[in-house]
Write a protein that binds this ligand. Sequence first.
Ligand code: FAD
Ligand code: NAP
Ligand code: SF4
Length: 688
Amino acid sequence: MTQSTQEKPNKAVETPEGHNAYPHLLQPLDLGFTTLKNRVLMGSMHTGLEDRARDYHKLAAYFARRAEGEVGLMVTGGITPNIRAWLSPFSGFLKYRFQVKRHTLVTRAVHTAGGKICMQILHAGRYGYHPFSVAPSAIQSPITPFKPEALTSRGVEKQLRDYVNTALLAQEAGYDGVEIMGSEGYLINEFLAKRTNKRQDEWGGPYAHRMRFALDVTERVRQAVGPEFIIIFRLSMLDLVHEGSTWDEIVALGKRLQALGVTLINTGIGWHESRVPTIATLVPRAGFAWVTERMKRALDIPLIATNRINDPAVAEHIIASGQADMVSMARPFLADPDFVKKARLGLPQRINTCIACNQACLDHVFRKQRATCLVNPLACYETEYTVKPTDKPQKIAVVGAGPAGMSAAKTLAERGHKVTLFEASDELGGQFKLAANIPGKAEFENTIRYFREEMQRFGVDMRLNTTATTEALKNFDQVVLATGVKPRVPPIPGIDHPKVIVYNDLVAGRREAGQKVAIIGAGGIGFDVAELLSESNPAVYEDPQEFCREWGIDPEVKTEGGLTETRHSPSPREIWLLQRKTTKPGKTLGKTTGWIHRLSLRKRGVKTLTGVQYEKIDDAGLHLIKDEKPLLLPVDNVIVCAGQESVRDLLPVLPDDLPVHVIGGADKAGELDAKRAIRQGTLLGLRL
Ligand code: FAD
Ligand code: NAP
Ligand code: SF4
């Protein structure tokens, strides 16, 4: 890691429209036979629309919208070369000529919109979530329930032929190139690593044999498609699993790929089974650009940096400082299809920033739901939800400026309604504002900034410090009640003891906690509060070096897989995180992020107790019943994180003839999150 990685890019880019604030990022890239209009790659991301022929017109609209937003080059979600390569049953594959037609919908739409697109060829290997999966060796992965079948030599040869066949069909469909997925622990990566390749034949053993599959795929694909077709190889530069590749091996492979005529090398970070966070919001921005920077010293072809790049100034810095030739962003284009265009126009403050929460993208894909975006519910629904100007502008009051109210107000005003937004407190954001105070969640502030900018732009009359009253609302044509939630305070004896703090007072900084703390409730907010109270090294969320130290990443990648000892900073407090249920704490946390929170708190020494009953709180502490026995936690403070209740005081007192729409937490407090609040606000805004 060099000094340049650590320099803070200038985030406050304030340029007049039309001035190029990002000269390096927006500079064309000449690939010899074709030129990319800028250095931005929209990285491969599975949306779920790739899996059914009937959804390809939606996929085409999704990509065309991003092409209109001026992305230099896009890559589709992974398309497998055959059904044994499937990610899950019936996921998208391209093996037969009759399947080409659906892909031409995508390529035509993108080309018409002035964009370029490559198709990713992905062989899931042992990550295939089905009983027909194949791998170099019959070793089950820790994240799938199926043991793969070890490929025979004929089987290996068949996979190679299928890669070539799929690349040719992609070319026939009009793609500008293919990306060969060689990272994240999928088949090619499995051949490369000792961890998953125990073969004794010409495909296993020494590294020269283990890298043969990657090289053969690339060589045969290049021969088949000819020289004027983009081949991106996604190279795993940091496996982050034991018995992965060493740096010398990865460089050796990179050099061979370069010699075989690969056009671009994209960076892969971490196998899916790795227990190191690589894209979650707590990973520092551009936290892995140093890896690509190291590789740049060894290779001459253009390299692409990835992971937690979500801001044009950060991306500009990566290119300007020579860490990479291009940047890849995937989720930021779900959040805002116009990311590049807004950067080009010098309007970064208008970008709807990806907050790296994974809640509506990766978590959906893992649940086999269509991906979308927490901050932009229109993503992947381009053919279903459109923002049309209203032909009947009305005076609409929105009460509450949490995520639900802000998204409703923005969408209504964008469509031409005259919107007044009432907010009782002195700031926008509601509960989401508190989320941004949690260590590692500072990105959440960007969503509030985005809505503030948009509401100003569309002329919303924002009235802070104004509690809406019946009197104030009765002159509007319609009212949207987005009054949100308040913390639930359970009736435990002693709940009004001075040592009890309700989470909003703690997170907003109105109260401070002592050295010994019990947290009542181990849901999303209980975990966040535990994170806040146990945090002692804020640099870990901003500084890639600190992040590597804490999560045990070897910056020299000398070890196999690049792992070393983790050094999590211990909690400055003794913390107990409690719940009444006997299920695993944090069960409701996101599929792709919950494990990080559980692991991080465990490493910091936070203790979790499940199956407890709360008896009373007094000067001695919190009295519990655990396993039918009394237990006293001698704590200085008890923090209440026991869920929420809807705030709907206004509803019964509004005139009967006034149309009222209730959204977000005010509608339903159970299972509320910002994803539902923003979606409900946006969809109501499209409807009225
Ligand atoms: P609220 O956010 O509660 O907003 C309601 C607003 O209405 C408030 O600003 C309030 O002041 C205002 N109001 C109420 N009555 C009136 C009135 N009469 N007049 C004027 N204004 C009024 N969600 C996620 O999806 N992911 C997360 O990672 C996440 N992390 C969180 C972390 C923390 C610490 C907290 C506290 C919450 C977190 N959440 C998260 C939950 C998320 O913030 C809420 O689900 C979301 O804010 C609910 O939105 P809402 O608009 O319905 O209500
Ligand atoms: P939550 O996830 O529903 O958790 C509430 C917790 O309170 C549970 O652990 C529950 O456990 C406990 N509880 C409920 N009623 C209680 C009572 N009467 N007495 C004592 N304990 C009680 O709600 P939340 O933590 O308030 O979070 C609110 C929303 O924000 C959630 O939807 C969450 O998804 C979202 N959020 C998400 C994240 C994220 O990382 N994605 C982070 C923060 C918040 P027991 O009933 O077992 O005791
Ligand atoms: Fe980014 Fe969250 Fe949207 Fe996914 S859901 S694209 S992580 S903001």
